[in-house]
Each structure stands twice: as structure tokens, then as C-alpha cells.
Design a binder for this molecule. Structure first.
Ligand code: TTP
Ligand code: MG
Ligand code: MG
Length: 402
């Protein structure tokens, strides 16, 4: 008799709680940024690509002379295009000459990467103001962890994010929301442009399985061709394929991943870089200070640096396992020392004590021009109790071997 599912599994503390992950992708990103600069091109097929020589030329009476795709000669490829150009069959990475045959009247604009980077920065900042847990996936897309967001209605939250992006940039984006990155990436592409798609696990068969397997991020052209040879085109066909068969053709680990992906399972966490790698504070003295003769003054500076560093950590919701000091002497010789503790530190007094341990390892013979304190090995701040424990231990423990 097959084992019955253990009802206690529902409360298994090792089981991660369900997540709510969004994927946001800007619509026709480079082309849309160009339309902000040249609004008269709205509604027209516009292709971004080619070199600087295709730059629009200002006309004497105002306005611009734009190059047309039919004017193009060369071996460049389409970087991106407006949806009006896509309707004519143009797509990214298509040879420009081929695109010119499909859409000879399309406007041709060379890329302006500085502008795209600036708009990229702006849309990400706008999203971060609403939902700060973001994984940066490049110039026009991000994952956002909405699991802890106060707004329970995912559609409404996505609409808020779209509005914020539009206000900050004048640009539209599409958002997919699901329990994981894999499905959200699929979902954000389902209703472009300006789409919001919330995918729930029970909709896998109806909404995901009909899609081509090649739409899964991680199934490239080669794998897709190989799957096609096996008669597998859709994600549903992949899910129904015998795992043994996949293993024969793709090896054990990729086959296992294919099975997981086709069932919409993906436990990858977001890689956020909201936590910086280190935080530091330093100060250059108005006059060089001597370790013994100016001890009181030096000590006051040192305490203040540690207090400011602690405030920086608190602002970032981080604690640090490694605390270091930096000293620059009157002859510009620079010395650093750091110590890693078995628990993260957060309180200014603990940082001061830990940094003091580092300072003890430096020969303080000559005058100091500069003193700095640095926190690295940053971890997300734990509960207050753990910090208190860390602080209490610090007084009892010897400094770690540096
Ligand atoms: P995408 O998000 O793939 O495309 P897109 O934003 O232009 O259009 P969509 O609405 O379908 O998302 O890529 C983002 C930008 O990256 C795109 O505007 C231009 C650039 N890009 C290239 O430089 N080369 C390429 O092959 C692709 C696909 C994009
Ligand atoms: Mg895009
Ligand atoms: Mg993209």
C-alpha cells in the first residue's frame, strides 16, 4: 500500500513558505527611450541599430531628418524595434538589410547607450521605492521579491509598480507574478506591451504547458532543436516525457532540471545586491595626531567613526562579521587590520570594541593623518536577541586569530 502523505508536512518548518516573485521587463526598451526624445515618431515602425552616421540631422526650420531603413547599407543587426516594426516581421538580432526588405520605410536610429543606462537606473529606483528586494537582471529587467509586501492583491501591486515606472521614466513595462523566477519570467512576456500576468501554480497545465519549451529561460536554441528531434515542442510535452529518455539525451543534471522546469518548479532565490559588500567611514585629521600624546582626541574620533558606521549598518538593515581599521601615518604609509568574529556585530559599542582589537595589532609609533573603520562580511540583521547575544559574547571572548 502506498504511504499516505504525512499531514504534519504541511507545517514542516524546513519547507520554505510560498513566495511571490515578480519579473519586470521594459517594453521595446531602447526604442521606447528613443521615442521619448523624438515623440513625433510615436506610432511608426522604428528600428534601433547601426552606427552613429545614421544619427538624425537637425533641419533648418526645426525638427529632424531621420534615416530610413531602406537607406541602410552594411552588415549590422537590429538591436530592437518598436512594436509597429515587429508587426512587419522585424525582430532583434535580424540583419538590418533583411529588416530593410521587410520594413523599408521604418525609421532608423543608432543606439545611445548612455541614455538607456540612465533610464535603466531610473526605472529600478522607482521600483525600489515600492519594493526594495530586487535582483538586477540587466539593462531592462529585474526580479522583485514581493513575498513580504503589504499589498496582498498582486494585480493591484503590479499596476502600482507600472504607474511608478511610468511616472519616473515615461516608459511602459510588463510584469509577471508567480511563485518563482522561472514562471514569472514566462509570465512577464505573455501580455506585452503594458501587460500584467499573474500565474498561479494550478494554472500550469492551462497556461504554461501549451507554450513552446524554447520559451523557458535556460532552454537555448540547441537544446530546443534537440528536444524537437525527440518530438518535444511544448512545455507540456516536456513535462510528459519519460525522465529516463531525457537523461539519455541531455545528461543527468540538465534532464533533472528540464523536468523541474516543465513542472514550473524553481527554488532559486533572488540575488539582491541591496547589501553592499562593505561599509566604511574614515576621517582625515586637521593636524596629524599622535597615538599617545593625543590619545583622548584620537579616541573621541575613533568612537565617532564607530558610531557612524553602526548607524550606516542600521540604515541598511545589516550586521557585520568582519570589522577592520585603516590608519594612514604622517609619511602616508597606510596600514589595515581586520578581524572576523563568529557572530555579526551591529551595536556601536561592539564595533568600537572589535575595532579596538584591530588597533592593538598596529605599531602606533608615528603620527596619524587618517583613521578609518570598515565593516564587511555583511549579513542581514537578525533579531535583536541574537545581536544582544553577540554583544555580550564580545566582552567575554578573546579576539579571533587574525
Ligand atoms: P528585450 O527586453 O529582450 O527587448 P525589448 O525591451 O526591446 O522588447 P520587449 O518589449 O520584447 O521586452 O531587450 C532589452 C533591450 O536590450 C532592447 O531594447 C535592446 C537590447 N537588446 C540587444 O541589444 N540585443 C538583443 O538581441 C536583444 C534581444 C535586446
Ligand atoms: Mg524588454
Ligand atoms: Mg529584457
Amino acid at each position: 500500500m502506498p504511504a499516505l502523505p504525512d499531514p504534519s508536512m504541511a507545517n514542516d518548518p524546513t519547507q520554505a513558505p510560498p513566495r511571490r516573485i515578480a519579473h519586470l521587463d521594459m517594453d521595446a526598451f531602447f526604442a521606447s527611450v528613443e521615442l521619448l526624445r523624438y515623440p513625433e515618431l510615436r506610432g511608426l515602425p522604428v528600428v534601433v541599430g547601426g552606427r552613429h552616421r545614421w544619427q538624425p540631422q537637425p533641419l533648418a526650420g526645426g525638427g529632424w531628418h531621420f534615416a530610413r531603413l531602406r537607406d541602410y547599407s552594411g552588415r549590422g543587426v537590429v538591436t530592437t524595434s518598436t512594436y509597429e516594426a515587429r508587426a512587419l516581421g522585424v525582430h532583434s538580432a535580424m540583419g538590418m538589410m533583411k529588416a530593410a526588405r521587410l520594413a523599408p520605410d521604418a525609421i532608423l536610429l543608432p543606439a545611445r547607450f548612455d541614455a538607456y543606462r540612465e533610464y535603466s537606473r531610473r526605472f529600478k529606483a522607482a521600483v525600489a521605492a515600492i519594493a526594495p528586494r530586487i535582483e538586477d537582471r540587466g539593462i531592462d529587467e529585474i526580479y522583485i521579491d514581493l513575498s513580504d509586501h503589504a499589498q496582498p492583491d498582486s494585480e493591484a501591486l503590479a499596476a502600482d509598480i507600472q504607474r511608478a515606472v511610468l511616472e519616473a521614466t515615461g516608459l511602459s513595462c510588463s510584469i509577471g507574478i508567480s511563485p518563482n523566477k522561472l514562471l514569472s519570467k514566462l509570465a512577464s512576456d505573455m501580455r506585452k506591451p503594458g501587460g500584467i500576468t499573474v500565474l498561479r501554480m494550478h494554472e500550469l497545465a492551462s497556461r504554461v504547458w501549451p507554450l513552446p519549451a524554447a520559451r523557458i529561460n535556460g532552454i537555448g536554441p540547441k537544446a530546443a532543436a534537440r528536444l524537437r528531434q525527440l518530438g518535444i515542442v511544448s512545455i507540456g510535452e516536456l513535462a510528459a516525457a519519460p525522465p529516463q529518455r531525457l537523461q539519455q539525451h541531455f545528461g543527468r543534471s540538465y534532464a533533472a532540471w528540464l523536468v523541474e522546469a516543465s513542472h514550473g518548479r524553481d527554488a532559486r532565490p533572488l540575488i539582491t545586491d541591496s547589501q553592499p559588500k562593505s561599509i566604511s567611514r574614515e576621517t582625515t585629521f586637521e593636524r596629524d595626531l599622535h597615538a599617545r600624546r593625543d590619545r583622548a582626541e584620537l579616541s573621541a574620533h575613533f568612537t565617532e567613526l564607530c558610531e557612524r558606521l553602526a548607524a550606516d549598518l542600521r540604515a541598511k538593515d545589516c550586521a557585520a562579521r568582519t570589522i577592520g581599521v585603516k590608519l594612514r601615518f604622517e609619511d602616508f604609509r597606510t596600514v589595515t587590520r581586520e578581524l572576523t568574529w563568529p557572530f555579526p556585530l551591529l551595536a556601536a559599542a561592539d564595533i568600537r570594541r572589535a575595532a579596538g582589537q584591530c588597533l592593538r595589532r598596529v605599531e602606533l609609533g608615528s603620527r596619524l593623518r587618517l583613521l578609518g573603520v570598515r565593516a564587511s562580511g555583511l549579513v542581514e540583521r537578525d533579531d535583536a536577541a541574537a545581536q544582544a547575544r553577540g554583544g555580550a559574547q564580545l566582552e567575554l571572548l578573546d579576539p579571533p586569530p587574525g
